[in-house]
Design a protein around this ligand. Structure first.
Ligand code: RB5
Length: 156
């Protein structure tokens, strides 16, 4: 059993700088038997990452997608945008270790990566680790509850 609902698609989004890696991620997910919902972009023509990242993160928060993968040049802009959406815990991961801990400790429901930072092989290893690692709960839940309380307080 996986930590996300496999009956829902995994949302994908990128800007121009993340487009090539998004396409590789999509291919890999489809080949692995996952459903995907691609929020764009559709080419390397210059666009603004908030437009695409917000659409994907909102779909995850509204349970139209089970989880999300967002990619820009560094992954930084996409992670900032995704984390503005209530209920989203986006983790920018450049390594398999970060991907594992983002799931075990942070229950990260969105994975952000940098298309100009990680190569394809590392990115797909990060992706597979994030998809297959369970949240540990326990002492970490108290911390996630505090993040949720902060969102509540801010009316987000
Ligand atoms: C686009 O040039 C670049 O700024 C964007 O992809 C991203 O890295 C921002 O965080």
């Amino acid at each position: 059993m996986s930590w996300f609902d496999p009956s829902l698609p995994i949302g994908l989004a990128s800007d121009h700088a993340g487009f090539a890696l998004k396409e590789k991620v999509k291919e890999h997910l489809v080949e692995s038997g996952y459903q995907v919902l691609d929020f764009g972009t559709e080419s390397t023509e210059r666009v603004d990452y908030p437009d695409f990242g917000a659409a994907c993160a909102t779909a995850v928060a509204e349970r139209r997608c089970s989880a999300g993968v967002v990619i820009c040049g560094t992954g930084i802009g996409m992670s900032i945008v995704a984390n503005k959406v209530r209920g989203i815990r986006a983790a920018l991961c450049n390594s398999v270790t970060e991907a594992r801990l983002a799931r075990q400790h942070n229950d990260a429901n969105v994975l952000a990566m940098g298309g100009r930072i990680v190569g394809e092989t590392v990115a797909l290893d990060i992706l597979d680790t994030w998809l297959t690692t369970d949240y540990e709960g326990g002492r970490h839940q108290r911390r996630l509850d505090k993040i949720a309380a902060l969102e509540e307080k801010q009316g987000r």
